[in-house]
Design a protein around this ligand. Structure first.
Ligand code: NOJ
Ligand code: NOJ
Ligand code: CA
Length: 724
């Protein structure tokens, strides 16, 4: 007889042993599934070493200061420290998180990535404008040093190593938009928003002779442009087009990535120019193609063209606020389950890669789910069932598994109330999270609504023959008889993956569908089928979705086989770096810049689906500010830029860059227009500006094309007059 340990070793091959053991012990193979026959290199997509793709992961978001104080000696002094005051530091640190890594709290919960507060050094005085300390990490002063209240560089390294040893990835919050607050009426700020580089002062906000910061006062949030170049609530707004700032942010993120960080959550991406961010990301991906997702806050479930365009074109994913708001509405009563299905269907269309958006149901910037629902534990549990079985990379907000409460900031960021492993919410998460590693329907699958009304949402995820069917009834006073339910689950009997803890039962599937059953008041049930052998290659994800020739790209999915085949970018094959049945790494081939379909061909010459839209860049990127003077237009007409390189639309007016901005006094106001663009470095380009009216028709500048040779690194500004 094989012991559990041997079993785990045999069937999970190179997978970190602790995860394999957890998967086996947690009984994720319970229910009607064939035992997957994993080859020696199977489930490579689920390994902690796969930092490019988070499709199989469940993230756990920690406000570091509020989790666990593992080391009293690093707590700051009393001016900013008071465990009785939610606006001051409470002492939580990486040492405390390590304690919980070591005692199995995260492993048993099933989460496989920790998103921690920004680790960078923050101000050490109270912000006088709101009488708050920097416990949250959003007020940096030195991105090259650690926040000493969280730990030293040595401890950060130890924390990352400890997490990796447990099969858990590390995501840091990163805040390149600003330093600390520096502007509020006549208030004098002790730190003056100062930015340091490993202890050396670069600039303060009021002494800023080098234009390290933007100086446009507070944003009124009225336009996209206003939000980018003005400050958010007086937070000293960094001028990324300044070469010093651009280099600083590239080198600072490299420092943290070189320390082993697996992913980046970028703060406030709506408030920084997309062109600068794309140039920064491109630099990151050349060296460290990790998973990056940005925060584009919206309080709504509706389409926001600018937001989806950013997600589809910038090279990074976004936190999925539309999904979060949809789930919140369904449980707060502001919407229904049918509405939630509408959000799921709409976002599937609006986002090119909906499975790569990062989902959540609450966060440090919104009321906790318990408080939202009037302290209803079952609502929290049911919402987690939806989060963990829906498309996207799910994020559990620390303390939700302990039913933490709190409406607004800072109440929604209080100390961990408990570390119990016995709450129902903890159990729900621990039963569903491991399924994301093994059943590819959750990681990569499509979503299909199967049965819905105001209270009930039954939906099916499917990928490469694997299926997960989820049923949730939000109404705790009324049950529903579920008849006529269709499914792609193969015929058979399926036990509830939740093992009945939310009232679930087994279902029987025949060719006619699911035999009628009752979804009782407030009940949730999940059934799954994991296909054991997949003979046709199926691409689930490609990460990142942009890069230049020579970059490394990760392809995940099923059925690639164990022997190396080929990965095509259009018709050009990339050099295969590694190959397994569920994960391939490949070098982007030397092809002309543009969008490419990716296709895998196995060693046996079986062809996969094509995965559309991989963006090959012309080369390394640099950020250039284009300014055009004297471009008079009539109302409703805007200025765009088009040129002879792919990044400038290859002379195609429908791919022109813009609409340009024209309302920032320190940069340009009408009839001067400007825009910050990511373009190939060290390249001589030709370009022109066009005027595009409300109906989309374009009028070109006359005269010769403008030319510019971009710098090989850093940033540049080019200013020309509109040629009448
Ligand atoms: C969004 C963060 O999530 C929020 O908590 C923070 O205060 C602002 N950005 C500014 O950094
Ligand atoms: C059309 C523009 O009018 C012209 O100026 C430019 O040189 C060409 N496109 C490039 O093909
Ligand atoms: Ca501490």
């Amino acid at each position: 007889m094989m012991g559990k340990r041997e079993f785990a070793k045999k069937y999970f091959g190179k997978m970190t042993f602790s995860i394999a053991l957890v998967l086996v012990l947690s009984g994720i193979f319970a229910g009607k599934n064939e035992m997957p026959v994993f080859g020696s290199a199977a489930l490579e997509d689920a390994l902690v070493s796969n930092s490019a793709s988070f499709s199989t992961d469940v993230i756990y978001q920690i406000v570091t200061d509020r989790f666990l104080d593992g080391d009293l000696s690093n707590n700051p002094d009393g001016s900013i420290f008071d465990t009785g005051n939610l606006r001051k530091y409470h002492g939580g640190d990486w040492s405390g998180i390590m304690d919980k890594l070591n005692d199995g709290y995260f492993t048993d919960l099933g989460v496989t990535a920790l998103w921690i507060s920004s680790p960078a050094e923050n101000i050490t005085t109270m912000d006088p404008s709101n009488n708050t300390a920097s416990y949250h990490g959003y007020w940096a002063r030195d991105f090259f040093r650690t926040n000493s209240s969280f730990g030293s560089m040595g401890e950060f390294r130890e924390f990352v190593q400890t997490a990796h040893d447990k099969g858990i990835k590390v995501v840091i919050d990163f805040v390149p938009n600003h330093t600390s607050t520096a502007e509020y009426g006549t208030t004098v700020f002790p730190e003056d928003g100062r930015l340091y580089r490993d202890g050396t002062l670069i600039s303060g906000f009021t002494t800023d002779t080098g234009n390290i910061f933007n100086h446009e006062s507070w944003t009124d949030f009225s336009t996209y442009e206003n939000g980018i170049y003005h400050s958010m609530y007086g937070l000293a707004d960094l001028n990324h087009m300044n070469g010093t700032v651009d280099a600083y942010m590239k080198e600072a993120i490299d420092l943290w990535l070189d320390l082993g960080v697996d992913g980046i959550r970028v703060d406030a991406v709506k408030h920084m120019a997309e062109g600068w961010q794309k140039n920064w990301l491109s630099d990151i991906y050349e060296k460290n193609p990790v998973f990056v997702f940005g925060e584009w806050f919206t309080g709504s479930t509706s389409k926001d063209g600018q937001m989806e365009s950013f997600s589809n074109n910038s090279g990074m994913s976004l936190l999925d606020f539309r999904f979060a708001n949809g789930v919140r509405n369904a449980f707060s009563g502001a919407g229904t389950m049918t509405d939630l299905n509408g959000v799921i269907e709409d976002t599937e269309i609006d986002f090119e890669e909906v499975n790569d958006q990062v989902t959540f149901i609450d966060s440090h910037d919104m009321s906790r789910f318990m408080t939202l629902t009037g302290n209803d534990q079952r609502d929290v549990e049911n919402a987690y069932v939806i989060l963990l079985t829906s498309r996207g990379v799910p994020t559990v907000y620390y303390g939700s598994e302990q039913y933490a409460t709190g409406s607004a900031d800072p109440d929604n960021r209080a100390d961990m109330p408990s570390f119990s492993v016995n709450t129902t919410a903890y159990q729900v998460i621990s039963k569903l999270a491991p399924l994301r590693k093994t059943n590819p329907a959750l990681a990569y699958g499509t979503t299909r609504e199967r049965w819905t009304n105001d209270d009930v949402y039954i939906y099916e995820r499917e990928f490469a023959g694997s299926v997960v069917l989820t049923a949730v009834n939000r109404n705790q006073n009324m049950g529903y008889n579920i008849t006529g339910l269709l499914t792609d689950l193969p015929a058979g009997t399926y036990t509830d993956v939740l093992e009945g803890i939310l009232g679930g039962e087994s279902i029987t599937v025949s060719s006619g569908g699911v035999a009628p059953f009752t979804l009782g008041p407030g009940e949730s049930m999940v059934w799954q089928y994991t296909r054991s052998s997949v003979n046709t290659p199926d691409i689930g994800n490609v990460d990142p979705m942009m890069g230049k020739a020579g970059n490394t790209v990760t392809i995940t999915g099923r059925g690639f086989g164990t022997a190396a085949g080929q990965v095509y970018f259009g018709t050009a094959a990339g050099r295969v770096q590694s190959w397994s049945d569920s994960r391939i790494t490949v070098t982007v081939p030397e092809v002309t810049a543009g969008l490419y379909d990716i296709q895998v061909k196995t060693a046996l010459n079986a062809a996969s689906n094509t995965y559309a839209g991989f963006e090959v860049l012309t080369g390394s990127q640099t950020a250039v500010r284009f300014i055009v003077n004297n471009a008079a237009t009539s109302y409703g007409t805007n200025i765009y830029l088009v040129g002879n390189v792919y990044e400038l639309g290859s002379w195609s007016t429908d791919k022109a860059i813009g609409p340009f901005f024209n309302n920032t006094p320190t940069i340009g106001t009408y009839p001067t227009w400007f825009y910050d663009v990511s373009v190939p470095a060290g390249t001589t380009m030709e370009y022109k500006f066009i005027k595009v009216d409300g109906s989309g028709s374009a009028v070109w500048e006359s005269g010769n094309n403008h030319t510019v040779t971009t710098p090989t690194g850093g940033t540049a500004t080019v200013t020309v007059d509109w040629q009448n």
